[in-house]
Write a protein that binds this ligand. Structure first.
Ligand code: SF4
Ligand code: SF4
Length: 206
């Protein structure tokens, strides 16, 4: 079992945060179970820390509105030090960069709050070549998320979108309604997030 991320003070102030962290907890559990099953079949996980070709080359990573709120909160209120400054600059210049704007020196600067799609993207047996998107070049080596976990993870986020009752949630999951509100991470206007970080820093120092 993975450990659920916990930010008690922030969760008390931001009720949506508990939903998001719960969804990530379920997602991570599902990924761990998926990897365990593949490993039992003799496969070896190719992903490791510092391996980031996927973050440099993938251009269609989906991100959901609640996840965007989470990323905004994390970089504005939690991220600190040199990494914060580096990221702020990258977000300002995001349109000039080919890869994900959150990749700083081959490390995901929002790792605890990275989107579900990033959490679920795992590749077996061979590290991706630079520029390769294994989903298209060798789909059989990419982890297929276990739907039981993915559905539960989406289910806990649905009240954030005003879908609260169980039958409505069930219908939304079945029909994939949530996927219609996903954005593409690369296409978001990240310079406005850099500005938000800047305003937060100015207010703090006054
Ligand atoms: S998906 Fe590919 S590039 Fe990304 S961490 Fe895994 S092996 Fe490395
Ligand atoms: S959010 Fe993080 S894990 Fe996802 S593509 Fe960007 S750097 Fe990689």
């Amino acid at each position: 079992m993975s450990e659920r991320l916990s930010f008690p003070d922030d969760e008390a102030r931001h009720p949506w945060l508990s939903r998001l962290l719960e969804a990530y907890y379920i997602t991570d559990d599902g990924v761990a179970e998926g990897i365990r099953r593949e490993t039992e079949q003799g496969r070896t996980l190719a992903c490791s820390k510092g391996c980031a070709a996927c973050c440099r080359s993938h251009t269609t990573i989906p991100v959901y509105p609640l996840e965007l709120v989470g990323i905004s909160w994390y970089v504005t209120e939690i991220l600190s030090g040199d990494l914060r400054e580096r990221l702020k600059q990258q977000l300002r210049d995001y349109s000039k960069q080919p890869g994900c704007p959150f990749l700083v020196e081959d490390v995901c600067s929002i790792h605890p709050l990275r989107p579900m799609a990033c959490r679920q993207f795992n590749v077996f047996d061979k590290v991706c070549a630079e520029g390769e998107d294994a989903y298209y070049t060798r789909r059989q080596d990419v982890l297929t998320p276990i739907s039981k976990y993915t559905d539960r993870a989406f289910d806990v986020t649905l009240p954030f979108y005003g879908i609260e009752k169980k039958p409505e949630r069930r219908k939304a999951i079945k029909e994939g309604a949530i996927h219609r509100i996903a954005k593409v991470l690369k296409e978001c206007k990240w310079d406005s997030l850099a500005e938000k970080m800047e305003v937060f820093d100015r207010n703090k120092s006054e």
